[in-house]
Write a protein that binds this ligand. Structure first.
Ligand code: FMN
Length: 207
């Protein structure tokens, strides 16, 4: 019987499976044919959906663009890698965000991936009515590829060309092909957003 923590063991999935079941039983989680996780089939309200998604950690970025009035930025965690070949990602932007109107009309956007010590950046660019220009506080320089703002101390940056825009519910999914990349601070830990808090990942296993 396996009693230790579950580890990735290549070629031995039954070992990991046995360990997971033993681990659940040890924690007092009922293990049965339905997985021991009761699922409410009555549909989901926005609140229930949010209550579940808060347990799904994401990275945190600031999406920057250049609109008619100059640089603009918005904190965003609805960002995902879509494809490696060609490198493609998507971002989801609420249709009431000012960024939404800007991104509808511009050919490029830039994803600034934040490090754990950039909580100030995450908060600055999430404000609906900032008292000061967040770019002045954060510091930035134009990307040589797109001209969009690259925020000082960003962990990594992806410059993107807008390929498609797709309206879904109250958001627009903007698909971008990656045209420029940078990892400015490879040793910095990424910022993580989970349970409505900004957190830091403690350990990366040396990779
Ligand atoms: C951690 C975090 C993640 C966020 N992710 C998104 C997102 O992915 N898409 C979005 O539309 N708004 C997101 N928001 C909300 C926007 O940052 C916020 O509404 C902002 O004021 C919009 O700025 P704008 O109106 O200048 O575009 C997020 C806020 C926080 C704090």
């Amino acid at each position: 019987m396996v009693t230790g923590p579950v580890e990735c063991v290549a070629g031995a999935p039954e070992l990991a499976c046995a360990a997971a079941v033993d681990g659940a039983a040890a924690e007092g989680i009922p293990v049965d044919g339905a997985g021991g996780v009761p699922v409410d089939g009555a549909g989901a309200s926005a609140e229930r959906f949010r209550d579940v998604m808060r347990h799904f950690p994401t990275g945190v970025t600031v999406l920057t663009t250049t609109g008619p009035e100059g640089p603009h930025g918005m904190t965003a965690n609805a960002v995902m890698s879509v494809s490696l070949d060609p490198p493609t990602l998507l971002v989801a932007i609420h249709r009431r965000a000012r960024t939404h109107a800007i991104v509808r009309a511009v050919p490029t956007f830039t994803v600034n991936i934040l490090a754990a010590d950039q909580r100030d950046h995450a908060e600055l660019f999430a404000r609906t009515d900032p008292e000061e220009d967040p770019f002045l506080c954060a510091g930035w320089a134009p990307s040589p590829v797109t001209g969009n703002p690259v925020l000082d101390r960003s962990l990594a940056v992806l410059d993107c060309r807008v390929e498609r825009r797709l309206a879904v519910a109250d958001h627009t999914l903007v698909v971008g092909s990656v045209v420029g990349t940078s990892v400015g601070r490879p040793d910095a830990g990424p910022m993580v957003f989970a349970r409505r808090e900004f957190c830091e990942v403690g350990h990366f296993g040396g990779k």
